[in-house]
Design a protein around this ligand. Structure first.
Ligand SMILES: NC(=O)c1ccc[n+]([C@@H]2O[C@H](COP(=O)([O-])OP(=O)(O)OC[C@H]3O[C@@H](n4cnc5c(N)ncnc54)[C@H](OP(=O)(O)O)[C@@H]3O)[C@@H](O)[C@H]2O)c1
Length: 305
């Protein structure tokens, strides 16, 4: 595994992390504890040390499964979770960004993860008004002082995410940005990444496989079950994904699995610290972690350690 420093923090993360929205049950699969144990064991064996979860991947469900799996080994991991939402069925959420609500969520996340500190606590894709809720960041900085949170971050929304939040990150005390970035969604190149480099913010590239499409395994006829978030995508979004993936297929070196190539592609950018592909099986964890061996992931990257 290769490692990079997360911006100006003292955190050293594996370039390939693991995303765990999937564990909340919204990706067409219910996870038993034993399956999660096996995935995280394989990840650790391959040098993966970064896990991204959230309060609303199930009602703290993903966090609970992770907490149980990492019992006794918590300090070997960098745990990133998020605040601002309450899980509801049918892919819905309530937004809760008032300081007292977030403080409550923090305690629930700590309990669920069976830990007394979080490595990275991220604002979860709210709009600018939510970002500016009075007292929010003051309360969060107090949690840092109290040792419950090591570092703060901002996960910007695909739809509502704004340059405002990125540019203001250092001012509010956030040290990392999480953003959708992959070979077919390159909007962060330019203003967002420039601002991250200027502020020396760590960057977690999320949705690096374009929701699985950048593995090359889906056609326009793909059908997802009702419990899979991709089942509620409009047809045109699905078609666009398939068409965009087909256009980049020729860039994949012969013999390299497309998913691995897609992860390594994200890690070429000087602003990007790590990728956090969502995984559903031990095989996916393994294949994704092995992307670290591809030559695109260079030792002279500015954040390499
Ligand atoms: N607002 C936010 O902060 C936010 C929003 C979205 C995501 N995230 C975080 O980012 C993580 C990653 O994003 P994502 O999970 O939405 O999208 P993604 O990582 O682009 O795609 C994940 C999906 O790709 C498929 N996959 C994974 N590895 C594969 C492999 N080696 N070969 C073939 N298929 C593979 C799996 O689904 P199938 O096998 O079923 O195709 C998996 O569910 C999430 O888990 C979550 O932690 C955060």
């Amino acid at each position: 595994m290769k490692y990079r420093r997360l911006g100006k923090t003292d955190i050293r993360v594996s370039v390939i992390g693991i995303g765990t929205w999937q564990l909340g049950g919204e990706w067409g699969k219910i996870f038993e504890q034993a399956a999660v144990d096996a995935m995280l064991e394989k990840a650790a064996e391959l040098g993966v040390n970064l896990i991204d979860t959230a309060e609303c991947y199930g009602d703290h469900l993903s966090e609970k499964l992770i907490g149980q799996a990492l019992k006794g080994r918590r300090e070997k991991w960098i745990i990133a979770t998020k605040f601002g939402h309450k899980f509801k069925p049918n892919f819905e959420r309530d937004c809760l960004f008032e300081p007292a609500q977030v403080q409550e969520q923090l305690e629930e996340s700590l309990r669920s993860l069976k830990t007394d500190y979080l490595d990275l606590y991220q604002f979860h894709s709210g709009n600018d008004e939510m970002f500016d809720v009075p007292g929010l960041w003051e309360m969060l900085r107090k949690q840092v002082k109290a040792g419950k949170v090591r570092h703060l971050g901002v996960s910007i929304s695909r739809k509502q995410g704004s340059m405002y939040q990125v540019d203001k990150s250092s001012t509010v005390g956030a040290e990392a940005i999480q953003v959708v970035y992959n070979r077919i969604e390159r909007k962060p190149e330019g203003q967002i990444f420039d601002s991250c480099i200027r502020q020396n913010l760590g960057v977690l590239a999320r949705v690096p496989l374009a929701s699985g499409f950048l593995s090359g395994k889906y056609s326009k006829d793909a059908k997802f079950t009702g419990s899979d978030v991709r089942s509620v995508w409009p047809d045109n979004e699905m078609n666009e994904h398939v068409e965009e993936v087909a256009k980049v297929q020729s860039e994949v070196p012969q013999g390299t699995p497309m998913a691995q190539w897609a992860l390594a592609w994200c890690l070429r950018h000087p602003a990007v610290t790590c990728v956090i592909p969502g995984c559903k099986t031990v095989e996916q964890v393994e294949l994704n972690a092995m992307a670290t061996d591809l030559p695109d992931i260079r030792d002279d990257h500015p954040q390499a350690v």
